[in-house]
Design a protein. Structure first.
Length: 154
């Protein structure tokens, strides 16, 4: 069997609200929340916009600052179709780099690891392929937004 190939599918640039951190919770971990203000989806296979205030990310943060993401929000495709996106993933790196991210300081994406595994709930029709495709992604977190780049696994 050959290893899978990847095909660039699209990029999401998403504007975010203020980030909140709280905890440790009863389970001993720090938690967080950041809401979705809007954004754009652009690429060769899919285009649209992020519908404002339709969700956010509820990360779990370990003591070593490794973050597990669990985000959910809605996308409106260029043709008006509404599609749900659930984005899960991990971010980790050196203590120094993760502290800079926590302080909203500029950090290049090659200074830390941040990978995503999105899944889509799209109606049948022109966007049904999103629900039937596995994607992987990489992220670049900025102070007030994140940029996610996705590849379809072929």
């Amino acid at each position: 069997m050959q290893p899978p190939k990847l095909e660039y599918a699209f990029q999401i640039e998403i504007q975010l609200t203020k980030r909140y951190r709280y905890g440790p919770t009863a389970w001993g971990l720090e938690r967080g929340f950041v809401g979705v203000l809007g954004g754009t989806v652009s690429g060769p296979r899919f285009n649209g916009k992020i519908i404002p205030h339709t969700g956010g990310d509820w990360p779990t943060i370990k003591a070593d600052h490794t973050v597990r993401f669990d985000a959910r929000y809605l996308i409106e495709a260029d043709d008006g179709t509404i599609i749900e996106l659930r984005n899960t993933g991990l971010r980790n790196g050196s203590a120094e780099v993760l502290q800079r991210l926590q302080n909203y300081e500029p950090v290049r994406p090659d200074e830390y690891y941040m990978a995503l595994t999105p899944s889509f709930d799209a109606p049948e029709g022109p966007h049904g392929w999103l629900s039937r495709t596995v994607f992987i992604g990489k992220a670049d977190r900025r102070e007030d937004r994140s940029i996610f780049t996705y590849w379809a696994v072929l």
